[in-house]
Design a protein around this ligand. Structure first.
Ligand code: FES
Ligand code: FES
Length: 154
């Protein structure tokens, strides 16, 4: 059965029509609302590429039914930076060489944003623990840890 429901994403209320309440938040963000920042890599909650905030808590958007997000506030990687500029965390990833294919990067940026909100000066173990749910197949994580330290320093 299709439904019409409302989703608040990055401060903008969207009316989602002809949708099934059980489709994933990730699908709705990417395919219905044109927000491709959150990536679809595993669709099983294993990789963290689809990480977004739901009511201030990072979640795997592939595991959240869109209907569950109705009435809540979603914030995606597109909502972290101002229009036309990079967030300091994104800039730090570029500067530190922490982006190769980039598929994991949006989810990591959201996860790092959450980490630094909670812990502005994380240790290496803090960083590795906080990012344990975000898999990167390219960088070997050293550059990612360096990027987090760079962002924290700023
Ligand atoms: S696509 Fe959601 S955790 Fe991998
Ligand atoms: S940069 Fe390719 S998966 Fe992380």
């Amino acid at each position: 059965m299709s439904e019409i429901y409302k989703l608040l994403v990055n401060g903008v209320e969207h009316e989602v029509a002809d949708a099934w309440l059980g489709e994933s938040l990730l699908y709705v963000l990417r395919e219905r609302l044109g927000l491709p920042g959150a990536k679809n890599a595993c669709e099983q909650g294993e990789c963290g590429s689809c990480t977004v905030y739901l009511d201030g808590t990072p979640v795997c958007a592939c595991l959240v039914a869109a209907g569950q997000a109705e009435g809540g506030a979603v914030r995606t990687v597109e909502g972290l930076a101002g229009a036309g500029e990079l967030h300091p965390i994104q800039q730090a990833f570029l500067t530190a060489g922490a982006v190769q294919c980039g598929f994991c990067t949006p989810g990591l940026v959201v996860a790092v944003h959450d980490l630094l909100e909670r812990n502005p000066h994380p240790s290496d173990p803090d960083i590795r623990e906080a990012l344990a749910g975000n898999l990167c197949r390219c960088t070997g994580y050293e550059h990612i840890v360096a990027a987090v330290k760079l962002a924290a320093g700023r």
